[in-house]
Design a protein. Structure first.
Length: 274
């Protein structure tokens, strides 16, 4: 089993590097703190983890906290502790020497997910549940720009954004509000053409990939990747089928434009066109 997982890793890295050399000319660019701002550092097992939201990141941070001795079990760590506790260091918090030393000697990894599924997962999480950041900041701007005859209430709260409106915002070159890490490209979040990742995991094969990674870094045998769903745990995970239901609400040209928007992620991580 390990052998086939090694082969899969080799293949994923090859495709990633080939895509980079074909489309990107930044192989000689300097790595700045900005490029490593999404990378979490675990010094004990020498791991660098680039956080891709909606691809198992909460559970990965739990694992890093356990590796670091900050908790004895992933089950003990609450969602807010993971995301707002600031227990884990980020790579951009080190000086130039500290950044380069870690990039050159630690195991660098990221986990990705099928781009449309990741997008729908983010939409469901941020817009279909009460949220005191995404509704007022993104929701209001989206509704006021893309909804004809929006009610005063909708404009006041920013709640009830429809998927079609969200996609209009995403594809708008003059977006009323900026980009957000939950729907940005992996390409932009983790700079895989600039940083040579040692391990590329996929959400779709999370259990195998995660436990293989833990095996590679020599993690304690009793530490396995948690299976629990972090938020809205009574709700079904975003699947291919659920994703299709959301994309069915769009016109063919919006679907094509959405694919074009994530084209590099599709290519680089070898996901087939939906």
């Amino acid at each position: 089993k390990w052998r086939s997982l090694y082969q899969i890793q080799g293949e994923r890295k090859r495709i990633m590097r080939e895509t980079c050399s074909k489309y990107k000319s930044n192989s000689r660019r300097i790595i700045t703190p900005y490029h490593v701002s999404r990378i979490f550092v675990e010094d004990k097992y020498r791991v660098l983890y680039c956080e891709v939201p909606k691809a198992g990141c909460s559970n990965w941070k739990r694992v890093l906290m356990v590796l670091n001795g900050l908790a004895s079990s992933t089950k003990d760590i609450q969602h807010n502790t993971v995301h707002y506790g600031n227990y884990l260091k980020r790579l951009d918090g080190f000086d130039h020497k500290g950044i380069y030393h870690r990039l050159n000697t630690y195991t660098k990894m990221l986990f990705v997910r099928e781009p449309f599924e990741k997008l729908v997962s983010a939409f469901r999480d941020k817009f279909e549940h009460p949220n005191n950041y995404y509704h007022p900041v993104f929701g209001k701007a989206i509704i006021s720009r893309y909804r004809v005859n929006a009610t005063k209430e909708a404009l006041r709260t920013g709640s009830g954004v429809k998927f079609k409106e969200f996609i209009q915002y995403l594809l708008d070159v003059h977006r009323p509000v900026g980009m957000d890490i939950h729907w940005d490209h992996v390409n932009r979040l983790c700079s895989p053409c600039l940083i040579d990742y040692d391990f590329v995991g996929k959400f779709e094969s999370m259990e195998d990939d995660a436990n293989f990674f833990l095996h590679l870094i020599g993690a304690p045998q009793n530490l396995t990747f948690p299976k629990f769903k972090d938020r809205h745990s009574n709700e079904e995970r975003t699947t291919t089928k659920i994703t299709q239901q959301y994309f069915a609400q769009l016109s063919p040209s919006q679907r094509q434009q959405s694919y074009d928007f994530y084209y590099m992620d599709y290519l680089m991580f070898n996901y087939s066109k939906p």
